[in-house]
Design a protein around this ligand. Sequence first.
Ligand code: NAI
Length: 278
Amino acid sequence: MSTALPMPPRSPDAGHVLLTGASGTLGRVLAPALGDAGHRLHLIDLETFPDPMPARATFAPTDLTDKVALHAACPADVTDIVHFGGINTEKEPEAILHTNVLGTLNVFELARERGARVVFASSNHVVGFYRRTEALVGITALYRPDGHYGLSKIYAESLGRLYFDKHGVESVQLRIGSCLPKPLETRNLATWLSYPDLVRLVLAALSAPRPGYAVVWGISRNRRRWWIDDDAERIGFVPQDEAEAFAGSIQSETGDDITRAYQGGSHCSIGFSRKDPL
Ligand code: NAI
């Protein structure tokens, strides 16, 4: 899947990380954990960071879609951009285009200018229209987005591919399943990513010596997983948690037939208007 340039391995010293989406649900998990791991942090978001600031962290309110403001907000010595800012679910295509597509383009341009690595929060919704009963889906399987949100993540993954091939910008694309404190419904037995495994995943993506362009499923070691064959081993990601431990206490999945038939769940049924079966 990946190709690596003949670059020197990275220094084992923790770098200076720009964290976008710092005030969001996952940003608030990552900020203290990356700080504890020794990274200097510059946090950005539209919203003020609501928690105590991690050690050696700074915050600046910044709109990702404003290229000039984003470049101005980024410290000169940044080594990595952990890009978790943007719209996190299906919405009107115009809003998704503006925030997720333009915002991510701005992030990759910034990474190119600064020589930084990008760790990007992609999504399982790039393959949401695979049936749950189909064979396990490998990371190089054809995209089957289940909406405009998933489509914006495909743009971002392809941007990573282009910016590595053309400019040598390294990126690790994290195809996150359902990152929750614990699995809530049947679907999550396949898709769950625990918070500690999210932290392990991002730390692995930051410390991997030469990822080049890498794509990794963001899921825990779930025995009911639908997704396989990624670059986890190459970046050194070893998940520790397992959704099955919660199998006795979760709710059966609600929703219509489309929701329950496809891997993307409820995203698949939003605006679904096809008459013949898929
Ligand atoms: P969230 O909605 O809680 O956080 C996103 C943050 O981005 C918010 O704080 C928001 O203010 C900020 N933001 C939005 N537009 C912005 C802009 N124009 N400029 C600067 N900041 C902006 O979302 P969550 O759940 O923390 O997800 C983070 C990332 O992970 C998202 O990209 C999402 O698509 C991705 N992801 C999350 C999954 C999950 O299970 N939570 C699953 C798959 C992917």
